[in-house]
Each structure stands twice: as structure tokens, then as C-alpha cells.
Design a protein around this ligand. Sequence first.
Ligand code: HMG
Ligand code: MG
Length: 299
Amino acid sequence: SFPSTVRLFEMSARDGLQNEPGDFIATPIKIELIERLADAGLTHIEAASFVSPKWVPQMADAHDVLSGIQRRPGVTFAALTPNLKGLEGAIAAKADEVAVFSAASEAFTQKNINCSIAESLERFIPVIETARQNGIRVRGYVSTVMGCPYQGEVSPSAVAKVAQQLIEMGCYEVSLGDTIGVGTPLKAKRMLEAVTQHVPIDKLAAHFHDTYGQAVANLYAVLEEGIQVIDASVAGLGGCPYAKGASGNVATEDVLYLLEGLGIETGIDLQKLINTGFWITQQLKRNNGSKVALAKGAC
Ligand code: HMG
Ligand code: MG
């Protein structure tokens, strides 16, 4: 049955901008995006990633972005931290929460973070321990949960294994990433069923990209299974630099419209969110990837 409330985790400032080609997006634009999202009622916002600027140039100003945000009670500003160096950066910039990220596919893990799945988990042990000592919660990501751009099929049991390990290591929640958006609803259900044999549903989030236009349908399928946390990106911005052809996360506006239709509470103002999506796509000179935003328009 459907949950009565859903927590949205906003990805646009990180997943949405990390892959943006062309000019470096100025720090004040990133900060303004994040503040507009918080104004719209989002309580969980991934703001940046502390990764190698050689690998992901758009995130080079992670420190300045996190330090520049006007903090507000009740809003969590998070950052990706693949290793201890990243965590140190996140602590210095006063991130409220951090995230480690691995994948269910070996090939993808190599391309994305230059190590094996097992090595990535080894690396996360001191990250999670140090974060805990600093009172910072750690989220975990498993990428390529419904397919990999390099190896193709990914088995649900491989996803379950990495998700279980991340929880056992101390992540409070694991977000299941359909990195290249190849999933379909039945596949999403089967994948989630495999994972929930090892991890309770209230410790899982759905992080679906919309490359094949299936993300809203896939979310409906996992909501039916009881998923209560959804990652999304305003205007459908984004994609992973190490997943060729991957388009953005499902648009937050589209998810909110779906949830409102199901009578599920989020506390977010749809019109403010739509306005933010139009504002940022104008800044980036990009099309708005949210169908709901295009239908309703800015005002
Ligand atoms: P490496 O080259 O194996 O690491 O990269 P290294 O330890 O040998 O370091 C190499 C250089 O990077 C050194 O600098 C380090 O200081 C520096 P140099 O001596 O050459 O000048 N370095 C760092 N700099 C800043 N921050 C750091 C850091 N660590 C090392 N934390 C590394 C390993 C993980 C760093 C690299 O592979 C990397 O940065 N990868 C980027 C991964 C990434 O950001 N991917 C996109 C996000 S994941 C995603 O989008 C999927 C998700 O959305 C879910 C889904 O959709 O599935 C989450
Ligand atoms: Mg992603």
C-alpha cells in the first residue's frame, strides 16, 4: 500500500549540475538554486560533491557552495564524499550529511570511482567512522541497480548485496540508483523485492533517472511497495559523467504532481518548484525537462 507521506531528496544542485557541459556554473547561481529549492519547501538537498575536480570540474567549488548557503532549521544540506579527503572537505564546509557511493556493477564502479566494489566499501569504512565521530549521518548509494552502461544486465541479488553491506557498515539509508534510466516498473519491483529481503523498506530510497521516460512509472511501482523516500531533480536536470547517454533524474515537479494525485503529503509548494525549474534552466540555457512544469508554466 502507498505511504501517507514521502520525503523528497533534491538532487539538482549535485546530480543535476555535475555533468553540465560548457562554462563553469558560477557559485552564486548554485547557491541561489539551493536557496530557492529550500524556499519551495524541500528539506533534503544534495548541495555538492567533494570529488576530484579533475574528474568532475563543475563540483570544484563544493566548499564555497556549502559555506555560502544560508542555513535554516529543518533543512539538511548534503554532499557526496567518495573518500576521507572528500569527507574532510565536507566537514570543513559544515555539510549536515554526507553520502558514499558504490554500484552493483564492477565495470561502472571502476569508471566512476576508479576502484572495485570491494575496494570502494573498504574506503568507506573510515569515512563512515569519521563522519559518525563528527555527528554526521551517512547515506549510501548503489548505482546501476537496473542496468549498467558497460556490462548490461545487473542482477537484483548484486544490488541487494551492496545495499545490505552499506547498511551494515552504518549508512542510515541506501538510495537505489537507476543511473541510466533503463528500468521498467516490473523490473523495479523485482529489484526492490530482492533488496527488501535484506534491508527494510524504510531504509531505502529510489533514485531513478528518466533516460527512457520510465521514471514516473517506476516510482509508482516502488511506491506501491512502500518506498517513502524519492530522489529527484528540478526540471529533470542532470546525468552522471561516467554513464554515457544518461539523462537527468526524474523531474521533482513531475514526482510532486504524481504524489499529489495519490494524496501523499510532501510539504512542498509545486508552483514555487516550477518557478525554480524555469529560473535555473534559463540560467543554463537548457530546456525544462519537467512535463508538469511545461504544462503549468511559470508564474
Ligand atoms: P583516483 O584518481 O583513483 O584517486 O580518484 P587518488 O586518491 O589517486 O587521487 C587522485 C587525485 O585526486 C589527487 O590529486 C587527489 O588529491 C585528488 P593530484 O595529486 O592528482 O592533484 N582527490 C581529490 N580531490 C578532491 N576531493 C576528493 C579527492 N580524492 C582524491 N575527494 C576519486 C578517485 C573517487 C577521487 C575519483 O575517481 C573521483 O573524483 N570520481 C568522481 C566520481 C563522481 O563524482 N561521479 C559522479 C557522482 S556518482 C553519481 O552520479 C551516481 C548517483 O547519482 C546515483 C546514480 O544515479 O546511480 C550518486
Ligand atoms: Mg544519479
